[in-house]
Design a protein around this ligand. Structure first.
Ligand SMILES: Cc1ncc(C[n+]2csc(CCOP(=O)(O)OP(=O)(O)O)c2C)c(N)n1
Ligand SMILES: [Mg+2]
Length: 325
C-alpha cells in the first residue's frame, strides 16, 4: 500500500506539474512564431516523474538531465522567467542565452545540465557522485535518461562503475515508450531495466510513472538508499511522450487512438482527481491553481520576449570557465 503524500505537498506538486505543462504549452506557441532557435523537446505527459523524484532532493544535490529537460529544471527549483529567456536565447536566461532549450544548466540549483547526447548525462552523474563521495558529503546525484539511452555503452559503463565504487547515484529511467520513432518494447531486451540492474548488483524498482504518489514513494525509498551510502539505485518510471519527439514531429509512427489512450492517464488529471477525492481541494480550487500558473507563465513569456539578446562581446565570455551560476 502506497504511503499517502501529505496534502500540502500534494497541492505543491500539483501546482508544479501545471507549471511544467503550461511552460511547455507556451513554448509551442513561441516555437510556432519562430522565436525558439533550433529544436525543442517537450516533457508533456511525464510531469509526475520529475515532480515525484526531483522535488525530494536538496538544493546541494545534483541532477543530470536529457534533451527533454525543462521539467527536471523546474522541479529542481528553476524559475519560469530565466527558463523561458534561455529558451528564447536571451541574455537574462540561465546560461545567458547561449544554451537554449537543450542545454539549460544551473550550478547554483545543482543542475549539471540538459544534454544533447543521448546517455551523455550518465557519466557526468557518476563523475559528480565520485566527487561528492570523495568529499565525504551525503549529497545525491539523480540522472534521468530515456529508453533510447538504455542500450548505449555509456549507460552500462556508468552503472557498472557506480556499483563497484558504491557511488551515490539514482539512475532514473524514464521510459516514455519511444526513442524518436522506435518503440521501447522493440528496443529493450528483457522488456525492463530492472532485470539488468540485478546484473550490476544494484537494487531497482519499476513503477507507473503517471501515478504521482507511487513515483513519490518509490523515489523516497530510492533516495534514502542512495543517501545512506549503500550505493546506486535504479528507478524505472513508465510513462508516455504525449508530444512528438520534437515539437513539430508529424508522428506518423503511432496512432491517435494510442495517444488518446495515454491522455486518459494524464498524471496531472490523476493528481487532481486525488485532491478532489480526498477533499483536499474542490474542482474550482484546482482551476484557480491552473489559472494562477497560467498568469505566471504569461508574465514570464512577456519578460523573456522583452529581454535583450546577448551582446556580441559576450560571445567569448564563459568559454572554458564556469559560464553558469
Ligand atoms: C549518442 C546519440 N545518438 C543519437 C542521437 C539522436 N537522438 C536525439 S534524441 C534521440 C532519442 C532519444 O530517446 P530517449 O532516450 O528515449 O529519450 P526521449 O526522447 O524519449 O526523451 C536520438 C536517437 C543523439 N542525440 N545522441
Ligand atoms: Mg524515450
Amino acid at each position: 500500500m502506497t504511503e499517502q503524500i501529505e496534502p500540502k505537498t500534494l497541492i505543491h506538486l500539483y501546482e508544479l506539474m501545471w507549471k511544467m505543462r503550461l511552460h511547455e504549452e507556451a513554448i509551442k506557441v513561441l516555437y510556432t512564431q519562430g522565436k525558439v532557435g533550433g529544436t525543442t523537446h517537450l516533457y508533456i505527459g511525464q510531469e509526475a516523474i520529475a515532480a515525484g523524484v526531483i522535488t525530494q532532493l536538496r538544493q546541494d544535490d545534483y541532477i543530470s538531465s536529457t534533451h527533454r529537460g525543462h521539467g527536471h529544471m523546474l522541479a529542481k527549483g528553476g524559475e519560469l522567467r530565466p527558463m523561458l529567456a534561455e529558451i528564447l536565447g536571451k541574455a537574462t536566461g540561465y546560461c545567458k542565452g547561449k544554451g537554449g532549450s537543450m542545454h539549460i544548466a544551473s550550478l547554483k540549483l545543482g543542475n549539471l545540465g540538459a544534454n544533447g547526447i543521448v546517455s551523455g548525462g550518465l557519466p557526468i552523474a557518476v563523475g559528480a557522485a565520485l566527487a561528492t563521495s570523495l568529499g565525504k558529503t551525503d549529497q545525491v546525484t539523480v540522472v534521468s535518461f530515456g529508453d533510447g539511452a538504455t542500450n548505449e555503452g555509456n549507460t552500462h559503463e556508468s552503472m557498472n562503475l557506480a556499483s563497484i565504487w558504491k557511488l551515490p547515484v539514482l539512475f532514473l529511467f524514464e521510459n516514455n515508450q519511444y526513442a524518436v520513432s522506435t518503440r521501447s518494447e522493440y528496443s529493450i531486451a528483457g522488456g525492463t531495466l530492472v532485470k539488468r540492474a540485478a546484473g550490476y548488483d544494484m537494487p531497482a524498482a519499476e513503477v507507473d510513472g503517471n501515478d504521482l504518489e507511487t513515483v513519490y514513494e518509490a523515489a523516497r525509498i530510492a533516495i534514502e538508499h542512495v543517501r545512506s551510502g549503500q550505493g546506486p539505485y535504479l528507478l524505472q518510471c513508465n510513462s508516455y511522450r504525449i508530444e512528438g519527439h520534437y515539437y513539430g514531429d508529424a508522428m506518423v509512427y503511432r496512432s491517435k487512438d494510442e495517444t488518446d489512450g495515454w491522455r486518459r492517464k494524464d498524471p496531472i488529471l490523476r493528481t487532481e482527481a486525488l485532491l478532489v477525492e480526498r477533499e483536499i481541494l474542490d474542482e474550482a480550487q484546482c482551476r484557480e491553481i491552473h489559472d494562477k500558473v497560467q498568469r505566471e507563465v504569461d508574465e514570464a513569456v512577456a519578460y523573456a520576449e522583452a529581454s535583450p539578446e546577448p551582446s556580441l562581446e559576450a560571445l567569448f565570455e564563459d568559454v572554458y570557465t564556469e559560464g553558469v551560476e
